[in-house]
Ligand binder design. Sequence first.
Ligand code: SF4
Ligand code: SF4
Length: 106
Amino acid sequence: MTKECKIDVASKTKRKTLSVKVRTKSFSPVECGLVQEEAIEEAGRCLGLRECQYCEICGLLCPDLCITRDEKTGEVLIDLDYCKGCGICAAVCPKGAIEMVLEEGK
Ligand code: SF4
Ligand code: SF4
C-alpha cells in the first residue's frame, strides 16, 4: 500500500498593482506592499502550513528506503508495506507534513 503526503496548496496573497496609466506618470513602485493584515496572512501561509515542500530529507533518512517521489507528479510516496514505523521521517520533516498514526489491527 502506498500513502501520499497530504498537500494543501494555499493561495498567495494578491498584491495590488498600479494601473498602466498611473505607472507612466510616476516613479511610484508598480507593485504595492502588503497591509498588516495581509502580511500576517502571508506569513501564516509560508510558515504555518504543514505541507510538503519536496525537500526529500525524509527519503534520505528513512532506514528502510520506502520513501520515494512520483516520477510524474513529484509527490512524495511512502510504501507502507516496507515502513517499520520508526517515525524518523515525521521527526525530521521541517514542515510537519508527516503524521504518525496507529495502524488498525488486522
Ligand atoms: S516511519 Fe521510518 S521506516 Fe517508515 S517511512 Fe518513516 S522513516 Fe521510513
Ligand atoms: S521531509 Fe517533509 S517536506 Fe521534506 S519531502 Fe519529506 S514530507 Fe516533504
